[in-house]
Design a protein around this ligand. Structure first.
Ligand code: FES
Length: 113
């Protein structure tokens, strides 16, 4: 299903979550989409969206820190690439899910079924 936003077609199911200026550099926020917790972070000006769930033991990644393009879990220090979701530091070995982000007229949209 396509979402029509101010005259622009977006393929896929994009959900508006917030204004882009609400996600400041280095910050992490959490939003619910279809009962799923999504962490949204900004690093070097780019906004990323990931599952708000550490694959090591279920930590809330939205309570972690952005470190050199990774999100660091507050529980045991595992890290994941914000861009790819790849687990980059133990104790996590399983990657996290990332979501496509679009910015349109200053609003943040995340693609999710
Ligand atoms: S729960 Fe995230 S590192 Fe353990």
């Amino acid at each position: 299903m396509a979402l029509l936003i101010r005259g622009m077609d977006m393929a896929g199911n994009f959900h508006r979550i917030c204004r882009a200026d609400e996600v400041v550099e280095g910050s992490v926020k959490t939003f619910k989409i279809n009962d799923r917790a999504i962490a949204v972070a900004r690093y070097e000006g780019i906004i990323y969206a990931i599952d708000d769930l550490c694959t090591h033991d279920g930590g809330d990644l939205s309570e972690g820190d952005v470190v050199k393009g990774d999100i660091q879990c507050p529980r045991h220090g595992a890290r994941f690439s914000l861009k790819t979701g790849k687990a980059t530091r133990m104790p996590a070995v399983e990657d996290i899910t990332t979501y496509e982000v679009k910015i349109e007229n200053g609003e943040v949209y995340i693609e999710m079924e």
